[in-house]
Design a protein around this ligand. Structure first.
Ligand code: NAP
Length: 297
């Protein structure tokens, strides 16, 4: 049986949807792991649920009972390494056969920020005898909603210090399809997939696309990194988070985020979801021209 961890989160929820679809076809059961009953109540029909916490080691054996494959993901927080290590130890003890690990672009070479945390977990996983697939995705399409939509709705702009750096955004739903296929092991065992989207965009190009789909002018404003840090802290972001986000951004600014290759399409067996498709679907999240006009009046 498959266990999907982080099932309340952006990535885990998408993986659970894919795994549950497959389970409905085959009649097999799958299990989703949550930390709260409220979130567990949102699990797709037919999915069994378990309440457990990577930080509470005694909760993990029950979550892993009768489990052969695990999708492992955790929030990008400083405790990620310790929390995911706890789960890997529990998987070893429970006799889990295969783990699909949610890692990140840059884990191969960047010794800072989230990529370095993910790399430490990758190394731990590889030190066990458990078969693995590691997924290292580029930036999610969904970040446009999380990070930029609020400022676009209120001001029609979003700011960062990305300059003309490119990002090959990809959709969490496509990563989820790859994760679900990888959970079967087989040809995906021992593989590390660096996943990029179908086109490399600067933030100005992203703003132009958002304008087109939202039907209102949207501008990207380039600001110095120090000003971006101050803005993040002013919005209440903890200092550690502002610093790791800026360290990650420096990796993109160095030109590492704009790779476009055919791997994702090959793994999906169809073209990946493009930024245009994503923005057409979620255009309302960026506000309409009339909403923007009303805000100014
Ligand atoms: N955003 C990007 O562009 C991007 C790109 C590449 C890689 N990534 C990586 O993708 C990963 C997932 O991102 P995401 O946006 O899906 O994160 P998310 O929405 O924060 O989801 C994280 C999940 O981990 C769970 N979790 C946190 N602490 C836990 C604990 N102690 N025990 C059990 N579960 C715990 C959360 O549960 P609760 O709801 O209970 O907190 C949530 O379900 C991150 O590691 C990130 O570094 C992100």
């Amino acid at each position: 049986m498959i266990l999907v961890t982080g099932a309340s989160g952006t990535m885990g929820k998408a993986v659970l949807n894919e795994v549950a679809k497959e389970a409905a076809k085959t009649g097999e059961n799958c299990r989703a792991m949550y930390r709260s009953d409220t979130e567990a109540a949102k699990a797709p029909a037919g999915t069994s649920t378990v309440i457990a916490d990577f930080a509470k080691k005694d909760t993990l054996p029950t979550a892993l009972q009768d489990i052969t494959s695990v999708y492992l993901v955790c929030s990008p927080i400083p405790q990620l390494v310790e929390l995911e290590w706890n789960m890997i130890d529990a998987c070893v003890a429970a006799g889990v056969k295969h783990i699909v690990l949610s890692s990140a672009m840059g884990a191969r070479e960047y010794r800072k920020s989230f990529p370095s945390w993910h790399r430490t977990v990758e190394d731990k996983l590889k030190s066990t005898k458990i078969s693995f697939t590691i997924l290292r995705p580029n930036s999610f399409h969904q970040n446009a909603l999380t990070y930029y939509a609020p400022s676009i709705r209120s001001k029609g702009t979003f700011s960062a210090s990305m300059g003309n750096a490119c990002v090959s955004f990809l959709d969490v739903r496509d990563i989820a399809v790859v994760a679900a296929k990888s959970l079967a092991g087989g040809e995906h065992s021992g593989k590390t997939y660096e996943l990029n989207g179908p086109e490399a965009l600067t933030y100005s190009e992203l703003a132009a696309k958002i304008s087109q789909h939202a039907g209102r002018p949207v501008q990207y404003v380039n600001i110095p990194a120090a000003a971006q840090r101050k803005a993040m802290l002013d919005q209440g972001m903890p200092e550690w988070q502002a610093d790791v986000l800026l360290d990650l951004q420096a990796y993109y600014v160095s030109g590492k985020g704009g790779k476009v290759d055919g791997l994702l399409e090959q793994l999906l067996g169809r073209p990946p979801i493009s930024m245009d498709q994503f923005l057409a679907e979620f255009a309302n999240a960026f506000g309409t021209r009339s909403q923007a006009d009303a805000a100014i009046a």
